[in-house]
Design a binder for this molecule. Structure first.
Ligand SMILES: [Fe+2]
Ligand SMILES: [Fe+2]
Length: 281
């Protein structure tokens, strides 16, 4: 983790979202040995607008279901409670920032599409990896989902000032990460790591968020960080018009670190190309 004073500055000046209540309730049901998938499905169905959005995502191309899920109980049976929990988390987080409006340089809905896409790529890499042992694909999904959440927290807290930074980044051809650091002294990665620790996520997951733009030394020494960093890069490459260069991200050194065979990389790239246009909102 980086300098603790930066974390304090962020906690004191920005409104850090809490873990959505519905996710907390699902967590306690998952831990309850008397509760089953049906209970978790019916808990989600109590909130009709939430349930409708959850079903729309569950039925999206990402999950490749053969038939349509018609209820959240059905979705929890077909997809499993952990996957359903991740979809609920995604919808609930997006809902928390419903009020935000971006501009030509910062689109909130594009950001969520990117977050969802990166989350799926993280989960896919995690499931293909032969070396990742301590974390599940579902945990990596959350890491990918939240990797850029700091951007919406910053947009929420700084408003026009953040939109100005987005315009500067676009006009000067710099990344948001570097513009944020130059003008604020910290970036969305620091903010995202604060969100992760507030949610009680494991430190390595918080580190995945913290270091998804580097430094390279962190990416090289930590598989979780490397998965998020490479999933983020892959998401940008296949989305922003250079899909043919996507495979180049996975050089022999990276494949060895992540435990990915050539076939695994092929299947990952195919998954990325098939799903690059799926919308989240
Ligand atoms: Fe980022
Ligand atoms: Fe990103």
């Amino acid at each position: 983790m980086s300098n603790p004073s930066i974390k304090d500055l962020i906690r004191n000046n920005l409104s850090i979202p809490t873990l959505p209540e519905v996710v907390m309730r699902i967590n306690s049901l998952i831990e309850d040995p008397d509760a089953g998938t049906a209970e978790i499905g019916s808990l989600v169905s109590e909130d009709a607008p939430l349930a409708a959005k959850v079903l729309r995502i569950a039925n999206s191309a990402y999950y490749g279901l053969s038939g349509e899920c018609v209820s959240t109980s059905h979705a929890s049976t077909v997809l499993g409670v952990k996957v359903l929990k991740n979809i609920v988390t995604q919808v609930a987080v997006i809902n928390q920032f419903d009020h935000l409006e971006g501009n030509d340089y910062f689109s909130v809905s594009d950001l969520w599409d990117h977050a969802g896409f990166t989350a799926h790529l993280c989960s896919k890499i995690a499931s293909l990896s032969t070396v990742l042992r301590a974390f599940t694909p579902e945990e990596l999904y959350v890491c990918g989902l939240l990797h850029d959440v700091g951007k919406v927290v910053l947009m929420d807290g700084l408003g026009e000032r953040y939109l100005d930074l987005a315009r500067t980044a676009a006009e000067q051809g710099h990344s948001m990460y570097s513009v944020e650091r130059a003008s604020l002294g910290f970036s969305h990665t620091d903010v995202g790591a604060v969100v992760a620790s507030r949610w009680g996520l494991p430190e390595q997951i918080a580190n995945g968020i913290q270091y998804h733009h580097g430094p390279r030394s962190e990416v090289a020494k930590n598989v979780v960080v490397s998965i998020v960093a490479h999933a983020n890069l892959l998401a940008h490459r296949v989305k922003d018009g250079s899909p043919q260069t996507a495979a180049a991200i996975f050089d022999p050194e990276t494949c060895t670190q992540l435990g990915l065979s050539d076939e695994a990389v092929d299947s990952l790239i195919e998954f990325a190309l098939d799903n690059r246009h799926v919308r989240m909102t």
